[in-house]
Design a protein. Structure first.
Length: 144
């Protein structure tokens, strides 16, 4: 998997509140731009999703794929591509949450591979846009 792209934002909420929004996959179409459906395929023993089928429509890219999740309490969640889509051939990512004086610093890391050839710089720019959009949506959802 290629190098990860990452970015962070500070959200005025505690880690459990933020992680509850991250773990609420059926609500993603309401705040996560480009995601039109997020269906929990299987739950882990802790009640959080283990596998989620995502339907994405972001401009010309339309795809459905399954992500596998690994939860570390309210501190982090990691995911990887469990079932590729028509366009997406690889993905790893993570949200990491660190408490900071009454708020939480949320870092989103992402690496994506697609079937079509893509120059590294273009891929990283696309990842950065995905991350920035997701962090803004998460902040709005939690603080709104």
């Amino acid at each position: 998997m290629a190098d990860r792209t990452s970015s962070s934002v500070t959200i005025d909420a505690d880690r459990p509140e933020i992680m509850a929004v991250i773990a609420d996959f059926p609500a993603y179409p309401g705040w996560a731009e480009g995601i039109t459906a997020a269906e929990v395929v299987s739950d882990g023993g802790d009640g959080r999703a283990e596998r989620v089928r995502i339907t994405l429509e972001a401009g010309p890219i339309k795809d459905t794929y399954v992500l596998a999740y690994d939860w570390d309490g309210d501190e982090a969640v990691h995911w990887n591509l469990a079932e590729p889509g028509a366009m997406l051939t690889g993905m790893t990512g993570a949200y990491r949450l660190v408490a900071r004086d009454g708020s939480t610093e949320v870092t989103y890391e992402l690496a994506v591979e697609v079937r079509i050839p893509m120059i590294g710089m273009v891929r990283r720019k696309a990842e950065k846009r995905i991350i920035e959009t997701a962090l803004k949506g998460l902040k709005r959802r939690v603080e709104g």
